[in-house]
Design a protein around this ligand. Sequence first.
Ligand code: FES
Length: 157
Amino acid sequence: MNVTITVNGEVRSASVPPETTLLVLLREHFLLTGAKTGCDVGDCGACTVIVDGKAVNACLMLAGQADGRTVTTIEGLATREGLHPLQKVFEETGALQCGFCGPGVIMSSKALLDEIPNPTTAEIRNALAGNLCRCTGYQKMIEGVHEAAEMLQSTTT
Ligand code: FES
C-alpha cells in the first residue's frame, strides 16, 4: 500500500506491506532513526513520536493509520537557530544517561508542553508515565521539562 505522511514538515511517501508499523516506516523507509525500537509492543515509549499533536507509540500504529497525517520525530525539533529547549536542557543538565529513552522522553515532553505550557510536576510525571528509563534518571528529566517550559515561555512573552 502507498502511504504519504508529512514528517517534520516534509511530505514523504512509501510503498509498504499493510502490516508495516509507523516506526518501521520512519526508521527503515525514511531513515529517521531517532525514534528507537525498544520493546516493540507499546511498553517502553522509546518509539514515541507526535502524530497530529499527540504523543503516540510508533510501534503500535500502522503506517496506514498515519496516512495523510502530520508526524514529528526528534529529528524535526531542532531549527536553524539551534536545538529545541528540551534538547538543550537535557543535554546541558545530564538529564539523560545512556540516552536510549531520550528521543521518546523528549517527544512526550514536547507534546505535553505544546498542550500545557507550564505543567505541574504531576502533569509531567503523568506525561512521562509511558516512557521507561532503565538508568532511573526521572528526577532530572522532570526538572529539565520545568526548565524547558520556563525557557519557552520567556521566548514567547
Ligand atoms: Fe514502542 Fe517500546 S518500542 S513502546
